[in-house]
Ligand binder design. Structure first.
Ligand SMILES: Cc1cc2nc3c(=O)[nH]c(=O)nc-3n(C[C@H](O)[C@H](O)[C@H](O)COP(=O)(O)OP(=O)(O)OC[C@H]3O[C@@H](n4cnc5c(N)ncnc54)[C@H](O)[C@@H]3O)c2cc1C
Length: 497
């Protein structure tokens, strides 16, 4: 017999727990009871400061005012990630949230650019992307337009622990019950194995019908109690460690994240309004903690404001993100290194998926299977996108980078690289959060230049092609006149209203 879901218990109150609580409360208000348990003694992972544009949809759905949100989280605007030294030392490119050019009928813009480039055009494809132009200008402004040429998708850098606190206020105001305490015992139904209740160290008992495991890497409910298996991907992504440190803010707030590759691994720099987030991601097979520590400390733009913190991880995911009556969300569901700022997005899409399939009349296996299938593809396509950055490199300064070039690739990624390299096209999976323009920028940025362009481009004469490219370039530059230096934008925007 199916049990209708009347009460949802969220175990854990990090970014995952509070994002889940806030959205679930908003969508199912009045229909279910929601209780969240978290422990201040255990705390949260407390890193995670860069996001991708769909976070705006999440915030808008919750009804958050953007200015208030930025003030509450010390947030800044993110238009892109700058990848420095990834292909070869000394070179950089941007993966922006925008898209170069404009598609002309049947044919994607890259084919037009490619023909011109192969005939000597000096402009890179990024010159036709407004996000890129603003990054180079270090500027931003909000554009109110219906013209797709002027679209400038953006995301945020923010302090994720402040975001959690902000969402907590909203969720509690909406009726979510928060209980402080350490979960010590987990009860299961002897027949079905479903979780029935959580007992806290204080002796308090909390029962529920559906449980969301947001206990971070502890994965108390899913992995520890139900024994859900973890799929280890470290043979593809070797990094297993990070050192994080916060520093004083730079003089200037860049509207993009910096990802700086070094001889073993890479370093992030994330500008917030009150400080910067920094860290190094590396593989313990290739580098000791002491070496990584030195590399990080010697490569900071400003003074540290706290101690360096080590975080170990295993790249991969739980095989069944929904198992029995437990759904794992956030770090409890898996981990992919923060190279493309995808973890907070994975939280968002897990909750949205769950809410779409919400089992109010009881859990249906068809919904569980769909949930698991979609989240598997989503995780795998992000994994492939991250592998691409490492695999296609021309660095020769360490065994690390040489080894990355000989990785046996997942089939889908190998196929994707081959198709782009042969005919300049990108194919997408429906659940891949990165669309054509993202793959295009990273493939080109890492040094894959397609052998051929589409023949329909030849319908334009060389003069027509050059005229069309000049017009697109001029159009893309047009909004620059209205942009403000990023800091000026923040000061002005956050002061008014
Ligand atoms: C180095 C690094 C950099 C990152 N950078 C980014 C980034 O730039 N962008 C991005 O999107 N993501 C990033 N992430 C990922 C991001 O930090 C996480 O996805 C996000 O913070 C969610 O964490 P969480 O809520 O799942 O886990 P946690 O923050 O660990 O929260 C776990 C919760 O469970 C509770 N808990 C655990 N055990 C118990 C218990 N027994 N009883 C009661 N409560 C318990 C804890 O108290 C806590 O409230 C990064 C991660 C790392 C490691």
């Amino acid at each position: 017999m199916q049990t209708p879901i009347k009460k949802v218990v969220i175990a854990g109150g990090g970014t995952a727990g509070w994002m889940t609580a806030a959205l679930m409360q908003k969508v199912l208000q009045g229909q279910i009871e929601i209780e969240l348990i978290e422990s201040e003694d255990i705390g949260i992972v407390g890193v995670g400061e860069a996001t991708i544009p769909p976070i705006q949809v999440f915030n808008q759905f919750l009804g958050l005012d953007e200015k208030e949100f930025l003030r509450e989280t010390n947030g800044t605007i993110k238009l892109a990630i700058q990848f420095e030294n990834w292909r070869v030392d000394g070179e950089s490119y941007l993966h922006t949230f925008g898209a170069p050019g404009a598609n002309v009928g049947f044919c994607n813009f890259q084919h037009y650019w490619l023909k011109a480039y192969k005939s000597g055009l000096e402009k890179s494809i990024w010159e036709y992307d407004l996000n890129y132009l603003c990054c180079i200008d270090e500027s931003f402004n909000k554009i109110n337009t219906q013209n797709p040429l002027f679209e400038m998708p953006y995301a945020y850098h923010f302090d994720s622990s402040l975001y959690g606190k902000y969402l907590r206020k909203i969720a509690e105001k909406g009726g979510v019950i928060r209980t402080e305490g350490i979960i010590e015992h987990i009860q299961q139904d002897p027949t079905s194995g479903h979780i029935t209740g959580l007992q806290l160290r204080s002796g308090q008992q909390i029962n529920g019908d559906l449980f969301i495991d947001c206990t971070g890497t502890r994965a108390l409910l899913s992995q520890k109690t139900l024994g859900v298996e973890y799929e280890d991907w470290s043979h593809w992504l070797a990094a297993d460690s990070a050192l994080a440190v916060q520093t004083n803010r730079f003089d200037k707030t860049l509207p993009y994240t910096r990802s700086i590759a070094h001889d073993i691994g890479w370093q992030w720099r994330i500008p917030l309004t009150h400080r910067n987030g920094n860290g190094i991601v590396f593989s313990s097979q290739y580098m000791s903690d002491e070496q990584a520590h030195d590399r990080l400390i010697n490569n900071l733009d400003s003074e540290p404001v706290n101690d360096v913190r080590k975080i170990s991880f295993k790249t991969g995911r739980t095989k069944e993100q929904w198992h029995k009556n437990v759904i794992s969300v956030g770090l409890a569901s898996g981990f992919l290194e923060p190279l493309e700022s995808t973890s907070i997005h994975l939280i968002q899409s897990a909750i949205v998926r769950l809410l779409k399939l919400f089992p109010h009349q009881g859990i249906q296996q068809s919904a569980v299977d769909l949930y698991n299938e979609e989240s598997k593809t989503e995780y795998e396509t992000i994994r492939d996108f991250i592998i691409l950055h490492y695999y296609v490199n021309e660095r020769n300064d360490s065994d690390f980078w040489r080894d990355m070039r000989t990785l046996p690739l997942p089939d889908r990624l190998a196929h994707k690289i081959q198709v782009f390299s042969d005919v300049g096209e990108i194919f997408n999976d429906q659940h891949d959060i990165f669309r054509d323009a993202s793959w295009l920028q990273v493939m080109l940025g890492q040094g894959i230049l397609p052998k051929d362009y589409h023949p329909s481009v030849n319908q334009m004469s060389d003069a027509q092609l050059s005229d069309m490219l000049a017009k697109v370039h001029a159009a893309k530059r047009q909004p620059l006149a209205k942009m403000l230096p990023h800091d000026e934008f923040l000061t002005h925007y956050l002061k008014v209203g």
